[in-house]
Design a protein around this ligand. Sequence first.
Ligand SMILES: Cc1ncc(COP(=O)(O)O)c(C=O)c1O
Length: 378
Amino acid sequence: MRTETSKKRLMIPGPIDLEPEVLAALAQQVTSHYGSEWVKLYSQARDALRPYAQTDGQIFMLAASGSAGIDAAVGSMFAQGERVLTVVNGYFSERLYLIAKANGLVADPIRLGPGFVASHETIDQHLSKNKYAGLLICHSETATGTLHDIEAISSVTSKHGVALLVDAVSSFGACEIRMDDWDISVCCTASQKALAAPPGLAPIAVSDASWDRIDRTGNTGRGWYKDLRVWRDTARDSADYHPHPATMPVNIVRSLVKSLELQTVEEPSIRFERMQKSASSIRARLRELGYQPVAIESAASPTVTCFYPPPQLKDRAEEIATFVEEETNLVLARGTGELVDKVIRIGHMTTRAYGEYADDCLESLERFIRVQPSESTR
Ligand SMILES: Cc1ncc(COP(=O)(O)O)c(C=O)c1O
């Protein structure tokens, strides 16, 4: 047994273990959520998010989980009855489809099996078949560890003149997203993934060009808190005092600011490349051991890897994840949706997760294979 720590270590694909400085920010005394000092902190958070979105548009932070942010974005962007195309290639993109339906949209899903992503050619073909108001797509599908090529896909949505809404919950801060260059309308994320902060904030970036559409949809049952016009108008009317419509979780904002400050030691492009290389070496090692990543290498997410056990241990994903946890205190995620009981998922969104956590995890996965009795001794 190699662990010296008795503490559980999170290697699930978000939330993640927080850095001590981020935790310390969370533990500070609560301050008011209005006034000049607060506005300075709130603006720092939004400014620090901007390089990851590459937009001159507005960034809001809903006190909410990522799903609520997506719900707000979908309900604000589209009017009830409008037709949208969605790509469903896993549990979270299925949720995107469900959110579209719950907002009264006519949603046509392109359904793909685990590990697959939609090419821009496929999306082009589908967009040619019907008059669509938008495409809703999950950038990094956390259930399968796949990554869509949003740049290529955006060239197609631009060509068809449809809005592009990206669920970047598990890619934002880890992958290049150039909202304005790629003509992305809205990009949604959450604080607990690659932004390395506690759960509780749902940042939403809205391109300037989207407001025409948002204003035109009218309020079709999206409520008040989830209406992005309310966020825009409050940010404009109370800019210096209270630039958001409701009380913010000030300590979570404070820890997000600290986390993003720590991330500025690296240029985003260098960070993205480093994360991609590290994720790729984790997958290479898994393959060497006989574990099989669900995603093909060219469409694999830099933040999460989902993998099948080796063929001889096919139905033992749960047992393997439990073995690793008992041996190393690393908490791994199980499969979700149609991959329940079939796969193990690991998150690698932080330096620690690429380094010490990945080493311990891979060694333990290797040991699990080694301690299995051979066929002849069974
Ligand atoms: C890609 C993706 N979309 C949406 C969500 C939902 O986010 P939340 O659980 O914060 O509501 C998740 C959560 O893991 C996710 O990974």
